[in-house]
Design a protein around this ligand. Sequence first.
Ligand SMILES: NC(=O)c1ccc[n+]([C@@H]2O[C@H](COP(=O)([O-])OP(=O)(O)OC[C@H]3O[C@@H](n4cnc5c(N)ncnc54)[C@H](OP(=O)(O)O)[C@@H]3O)[C@@H](O)[C@H]2O)c1
Length: 356
Amino acid sequence: MTATAAERAAMTHALEIARRGPRGLNPQVGAVILSPDGAVLAEGWHRGAGTAHAEVDALSQLLPDELRGATAVVTLEPCNHTGRTGPCAQALIDAGVARVVYALDDPGDHSGGGADRLRAAGVDVVSGEQADAARALIADWLDVQRLGRPRVTVKWAQSLDGRAAAADGSSQWITGPDARADVHRRRAASDAIVVGTGTVLADDPALTARDGDRLFPHQPIPVVIGTRRTPADAALRRHPHEPLFYAGHDLAAVLADLRDRGVQRVFVEGGPTLASAFLAAGLADDVLAYLAPVLLGGPRLALTDIGVPSIGAARRLTVDEWLPLGPDLLAIARPEQEAAPGAETQYQTTRNEGAA
Ligand SMILES: NC(=O)c1ccc[n+]([C@@H]2O[C@H](COP(=O)([O-])OP(=O)(O)OC[C@H]3O[C@@H](n4cnc5c(N)ncnc54)[C@H](OP(=O)(O)O)[C@@H]3O)[C@@H](O)[C@H]2O)c1
């Protein structure tokens, strides 16, 4: 069974309106309800954990008579988990919907299986319509489900001889404007930007994502890890988001807390100590190393101890791309044992139930 032209157009629209919902604990999902002759009756999207799921949002705008024989077009498989409001699959069945077209299977152990429930109730079900676009839309949320924590990118800039700072600790700037603009674009694609107290004390960074002098519309939450106090007038305290301070060294606990706050993607921009700690703990999913054609010498290496006693234990990376940026070169890499993004994996969690 395949989607009709009207259903395909409705899916394209559902993917657009899904973006109106926030990034957070739940995925961005859109839904469009069509009449049996393909006219758009209603649309809905998910506005975040604790609110109605997209299909329930759309259903709620229609009278029972309008829904009989209708088609629901949804970007994610209607959920199947039972909570206060019951599963969305059952809500569609109860509403008398005759056909459901969805893009992506729900990966949750508890929320998946909605398609089977619909089919068992005699509803026509078409899956996989524009699945790639739907997967791209919620790729970061899918990563959180797969990893059980936000996806972590560890970034540093280094001289050609592997130093992250000059002997006196100054490091602004090792790379040129093209590389720094690239960093800001990647900051803007993250939900949180993480440094250690060492970087705050040495560099007083603003931790904003900037396009020249202008702030990007989406700003990552600034996060500082470490036990030392940071100055009351530190630049990051003027960030549009209230900074988060974690007075300890437990990176897994920090990531768990960020995950609970709806953070899906973390950008680690600390100095060598924090970068090394993330790598040593196996908590780096992506590595971005900006190489500048400059020599610094001295003791301030880009990484410190990452738990490699001998060459046999070297942490080998797969480089997905070597990207020239003006005179600099960016290595976009990931630890070799990491599965490629989008690879089939075991998912661990479910969507939060929406309160209707
Ligand atoms: N080239 C680059 O890309 C780049 C980027 C940033 C900074 N830098 C340079 O790096 C230097 C600062 O280096 P840094 O290593 O001190 O900065 P850092 O890695 O940002 O901060 C290190 C501090 O983080 C805290 N920390 C939090 N979690 C930790 C953990 N799991 N293990 C160990 N420590 C943890 C500790 O502080 P407490 O003692 O307070 O607990 C530690 O001293 C400066 O010269 C700066 O200019 C270079």
